[in-house]
Design a protein around this ligand. Structure first.
Ligand SMILES: [Mn+2]
Length: 277
């Protein structure tokens, strides 16, 4: 049994009733799967953007997520917990690297798993948005900005301006990037836009992301095996396309998904699910 969930964006805003309600619902969800689907083992795949480190002070967002982190540690005693980093929590990778084997679960950018003969490949999906960008397709630039936004975040939500200030002072921070967007500040600002604006704007990014995810060219740009089923998140739009071997986890009641969506994989079958309290 594998349970997959993404885009919870825990602790993304302070004093926001909806965020508090969604976060509480995620704790309930973790309790449910711990005593039900994962009670005798299995895998929990956290498919990125679980904690939102872009819109909050990094340390405070983590402290506000302490109940969730405790539950993950609890679940990891029975089942295997995998954390696949998203753009909003890309810095989890570095925290895991620094702590080494003492980190409570493995954090990676991609994850291959198998369930009853069905081969699966997990990725958060920001990688597909980078490829869908008409102006700059540099993964290094995007990941540098995404990790920078995790660290520059504060409780006023000014991560983009703060990161830009950092780059203005220390231009060397951009040295390792071979292809920079022509308008760096504009690129960082656009990353901070809500998925609704980014994904459905004039460039029709969501459609291109979904086409890229369905295309067999993914064996090259995602390093997937041809017989693997791709599961990703990031766009917040849940779907399951059995024919093209691709599914999206949706999101935890984040626009445009207005319910608590996740994916269950049992005996090799991939099923989109809704969590009901
Ligand atoms: Mn994302």
């Amino acid at each position: 049994m594998i349970i997959v969930v993404s885009d919870v964006h825990m602790a993304e805003r302070l004093n926001d009733r909806q965020v508090e309600a969604d976060d509480a619902m995620f704790l309930e969800f973790l309790d449910r799967i711990a005593s039900d689907q994962l009670s005798s083992g299995g895998h929990l795949v956290l498919l990125g953007d679980i904690v939102d480190l872009w819109r909050r002070d990094f340390g405070r967002a983590l402290m506000d997520s302490e109940s969730m982190l405790s539950k993950l540690v609890e679940i990891s005693r029975k089942a295997t917990v995998h954390y696949v980093a998203g753009n909003h929590d890309l810095h989890m990778l570095r925290m895991c690297e620094l702590a080494g084997s003492r980190f409570p679960f493995e954090v990676t950018k991609t994850l291959p798993l198998e369930d009853d003969g069905t081969k699966l490949f997990f990725i958060h999906g920001y990688q597909l948005e980078v490829l869908a960008n008409p102006y700059c397709k540099s993964m290094t630039a995007y990941e540098t900005f995404a990790e920078g936004l995790c660290l520059a975040g504060d409780d006023t939500g000014n991560a983009a301006d703060k990161l830009w200030d950092t780059f203005k002072v220390a231009k060397s921070a951009l040295d390792g990037i071979k292809r920079l967007p022509s308008d760096v500040k504009g690129a960082i600002d656009s990353m901070m836009q809500s998925p609704g604006i980014r994904m459905t704007g004039p460039h029709n990014v969501r459609t291109i992301v979904e086409q890229l995810a369905s295309s067999m060219a993914r064996v090259v740009y995602l390093g997937m095996k041809p017989d693997e089923f791709l599961i990703f998140g990031h766009t917040h739009r849940p779907f399951c396309d059995q024919k093209n071997h691709v599914a999206n986890t949706g999101s935890w009641n984040k626009e445009p998904c207005d319910y608590y969506s996740f994916i269950e994989i049992d005996e090799g079958h991939i099923t989109p699910k809704t969590f009901l309290p």
